[in-house]
Design a protein around this ligand. Structure first.
Ligand code: SAH
Ligand code: SF4
Length: 371
């Protein structure tokens, strides 16, 4: 676990962090410092394309300019506090932020493809009754540097070569309650990762969905449905009282979809609560007509927080998936990714785990292109 060179806690100060800022914002921040605009573009390329961790690396800039930049700005990422690897190869990191709070992120490899699951907040005020992040309560919004910093650190840490990175905002927090910072982070990430490889998952925050709809370059949208009707949805997801299912569906029917794109509906499957074949049929009726796919996520159990909630048995999970498929929907089931480090995206705790130390199978040396 290599310490990061620009640990923000080592150098607090009020120097703006250039991480997570898109090129136009870096240009505006650097304008008083650089003699020509292309210098700012060079700095942006170092940070965004080459994942630089300090101004000293920027060898095509003069030494005095590098020193001046270092006096005025920071390039700082979240610090790695812990890393654990599961048998299926996914890696979970616990990151420390400069105010002492912690978040988690997960990287899940599949062939040459890597899916990164990023956090957007340090807890979640939405408080879904099956979600550990929700049980932590509302945290604060992550800043753009803390969002993009997770991506930067993960790229640096991974051992195997990666052809393609997908990013999903399914870690801690509700991304559409943090649209200001998410917008800047997305704009920065688009420099390396196409919007069609980025998915924002929401519990159904209508103003946030409208914000997404209005963006010029949109990531993909995933909506956590989790129930076949309003009554059960508001039981599982209290936010559904504020943003009822009928309004959510009406908004999604209006949502602009680029050619070939679909909305993903996530459906966390909980024994005895939403796992009947008739529930699948109700879901199919509800989303009929929306270009979509359904991602069935068997509950990641957490006896400590939710002793009464269980994952259905495999036969029930299969029956539900088949019923959805028979109703004409495209269905995937997330069988196990990250389960043995309880790292299934959306089940992140953001705090130190006690017990045996994790096996470290990550390395701090290499830096790779995320395209
Ligand atoms: N707040 C956003 C994104 C983070 S949660 C949202 O709710 O969509 C990401 C996913 O993890 C959601 O689909 C959520 O329903 C799911 N999730 C939460 N707790 C879970 C659990 N205990 N087991 C399985 N999936 C869970
Ligand atoms: Fe928040 Fe998503 Fe967890 Fe609900 S499922 S509490 S919205 S992180």
């Amino acid at each position: 676990m290599a310490p990061l060179r620009n640990d923000p806690r080592a150098e607090p100060g009020d120097r703006p962090n250039l991480v997570g800022q898109p090129p136009r914002a870096i240009a505006a921040l650097l304008e008083p410092v650089v003699d020509r605009p292309f210098r700012a573009r060079q700095v942006a390329r170092w940070i965004i394309d080459r994942n630089a961790t300090g101004f000293a690396e920027m060898t095509n800039l003069s030494k005095p300019l590098r020193a001046e930049l270092d006096r005025r700005f920071r390039i700082a990422d979240p610090e790695i506090l812990e890393a654990s690897t599961s048998d299926d190869g996914s890696v979970k990191w616990l990151f420390g932020l400069d105010d002492g709070l912690t978040i988690e992120g997960v990287a899940m490899p599949e062939g040459g493809k890597l899916t990164m699951c990023l956090s957007s907040q340090t807890g979640c005020a939405v408080g879904c009754t099956f979600c550990v992040t929700g049980a932590l309560g509302g945290g604060r919004n992550l800043r753009p540097d803390e969002i993009v910093g997770q991506y930067r650190v993960m790229l640096r840490q991974l051992e195997a070569p990666v052809d393609r990175v997908n990013i999903v905002f399914m870690g801690m927090g509700e991304p559409l309650l943090n649209t200001g910072h998410l917008g800047l982070a997305l704009e920065t990430l688009y420099e390396r990762v196409s919007p069609k490889r980025i998915t924002v998952s929401t519990s159904g925050i209508l103003p946030g969905i409208r914000w997404l709809a209005g963006l010029e370059r949109r990531p993909k949208l995933a909506v956590s449905l989790n129930a076949p009707d309003q009554e059960r949805r508001q039981h599982l997801m209290p936010i559904a009282r504020r943003y009822p299912l009928v309004d959510l569906m009406a908004e999604l029917r209006r949502f602009p979809l680029e050619h070939g794109r679909r909305i993903t509906f996530e459906y966390v499957l909980i024994r005895g609560l939403n796992d009947r074949v008739t529930d699948a049929e109700a879901v199919a009726r509800m989303i009929r007509g929306i270009p979509s796919k359904v991602n069935v996520i068997p509950l990641n159990e957490d006896p400590e927080h939710f002793p009464d909630l269980r994952r259905p048995d495999d036969a029930t999970i299969n029956q539900l998936a088949i019923a959805l498929r028979d109703a004409g929907l495209t269905v995937t089931v997330r069988w196990s990714k990250g389960l043995d480090v309880d790292a299934a995206c959306g089940q992140l705790k953001g705090r130190h785990q006690r017990g045996s130390p994790p096996r470290l199978e990550v390395r701090g040396a290499s830096q790779r292109d995320g395209r």
